[in-house]
Design a protein around this ligand. Structure first.
Ligand SMILES: Nc1ncnc2c1ncn2[C@@H]1O[C@H](COP(=O)(O)OP(=O)(O)OP(=O)(O)O)[C@@H](O)[C@H]1O
Ligand SMILES: [Mg+2]
Length: 276
């Protein structure tokens, strides 16, 4: 992951930033121009959503931030905490937790072992890793399922395990790529509320990709709307409301107004797109 290495003047501005993308583009080897130029600044502790049509480069942007993919041009800066270089405590992903759309759990081993995996890879001693895995499972409401196998869990529970696995390394930044898209609405609402509670309690920076206008407005402090491919910023809408959010917000006039505003900002990104 790129360190925050800049001139003092720029650094002063970056201290409050978790992620900064400047003029970032991505052209894949097959010639597909997937992204950008994209400029995006995310403050530490902020919860933002990325919203945009299929194929506009949302996953590509997350992968670039996580350094799973290199940008073709532009600069990527990600601020991370300092204490991660301790031997035996090096965190894979360098302070970044990634939650994918599919929970991608290892079916042959327990929930606890699935959550412990990133710590095992980082060489964290077994007893400590086990305790931290159990703590992460408790934080997502699965304390009683540490010994269960993935096949014994519902879709929502599997996604909770995936979230616990992303949290177990105590990352500064949580990248979430349509994590709740496959869940029924009630489970999704519940996970939305639990995610907000965790965000408030843990103070992480969250970048959340979704196709749902409703979900983006409910969760985020800012909704960043992207254009069709190659994805650029179409609109950046701040969602100001009373915190903490709950069912009252979801049924409020302010919520519908924001949803309308975000939908209107999104409409041009879909114009001219095939509906096939
Ligand atoms: N490894 C790859 N090689 C070539 N092209 C790719 C690769 N990964 C993605 N693409 C292309 O880049 C574009 C952006 O893909 P990306 O997965 O970032 O979109 P997305 O916004 O996440 O879409 P969705 O909402 O459907 O998940 C698409 O046209 C896709 O086909
Ligand atoms: Mg995607």
């Amino acid at each position: 992951m790129a360190d925050v290495k800049t001139s003092p003047a720029v650094e002063a501005g970056l201290t409050a930033l978790a992620v900064s993308l400047r003029g970032v583009t991505k052209a894949y080897d097959n010639g597909v121009m997937a992204l950008g130029p994209l400029d995006l600044a995310v403050r530490k502790g902020e919860f933002i959503s990325l919203l945009g049509p299929s194929g506009c480069g949302k996953s590509t942007a997350l992968r670039i931030i996580a350094e799973l993919s290199a940008p073709s041009s532009g600069t990527v800066r990600v601020a991370r905490h300092a204490g991660e270089a301790q031997p035996g405590h090096v965190q894979p992903g360098h302070g970044i937790g990634f939650v994918f759309q599919e929970p991608t759990l290892m079916p042959w081993t327990s929930v606890r072992e699935n959550v412990r995996l990133p710590l095992r890879l980082a060489g964290v001693p077994k007893a400590e890793a086990r305790a931290r895995a159990d703590e992460a499972l408790a934080s997502v409401g699965l304390a009683d399922f540490a010994d269960a196998y993935p096949r014994e869990l519902s879709g929502g529970m599997k996604m909770r395990v995936s979230l616990a696995r992303a949290l177990v390394t105590d990352p500064d930044i949580l990248l979430m790529d349509e994590p709740f898209a496959a869940l029924d609405e009630i489970t999704r609402f519940r996970l939305n509320n639990d995610l907000l509670a965790l965000w408030r309690a843990l103070g992480k920076t969250v970048i959340f990709v979704t196709h749902s206008v409703f979900e983006s407005v409910y969760l985020s402090q800012r909704v960043v709307v992207m254009t069709a491919r190659p994805g650029r910023i179409q609109a950046d809408i701040r969602i100001e409301t009373v915190e903490p959010r709950g069912e009252e917000f979801r049924t409020s006039a302010a919520y519908s107004d924001y949803c309308r505003k975000v939908s209107a900002a999104l409409a041009p990104s879909y114009s001219g797109q095939s509906t096939l």
